[in-house]
Design a protein around this ligand. Structure first.
Ligand code: MN
Length: 133
């Protein structure tokens, strides 16, 4: 069965880039353009991994994470934060807040692959050889 990835991202360019990179890795992506839509899709699809933007109106990445963790059907899903890191230690703070991992914007192909190998259950331990884009 193909792994299911939910991307929650309110910036369309960032979303398009993420879809392009993930499709390039052979992964299907379910996009959600805001937090409430992301939570609704998480409930209906129960994805294998959720990658969520932090800065979003109405329901930001932290609120999305909290709602996921409070839902016993969704609490087990790994959640990776995506944000424009501005200060040293921002990444550590995201881990302290309960995210399983984090990615810097703009998302980097190599870092994305590392995150997938670490957090996408079906890809755990997978080894990549170098392949130019
Ligand atoms: Mn945003």
């Amino acid at each position: 069965m193909k792994p299911k990835l939910l991307i929650i991202e309110d910036n369309e360019i960032s979303m398009d880039l993420m879809i392009l990179l993930l499709n390039g890795l052979g992964l299907a992506v379910i996009p959600a353009l805001n937090g409430p839509a992301g939570l609704a899709i998480a409930k209906s699809e129960v994805p294998d991994l959720i990658i969520s933007d932090i800065q979003m109106l109405h329901l930001d990445g932290h609120a999305v994470l909290k709602a996921l963790r409070e839902d016993r059907h969704l609490a087990h899903i790994p959640v990776v934060a995506v944000t424009a890191m501005t200060m040293v230690g921002d990444g550590e703070r995201l881990l302290d807040a309960g995210f399983d991992g984090y990615l810097d914007k703009p998302v980097n192909y190599e870092e994305l692959k590392m995150i997938l190998v670490r957090h996408l259950p079906a890809w755990k331990g997978r080894i990549f050889t170098y392949e130019p884009l």
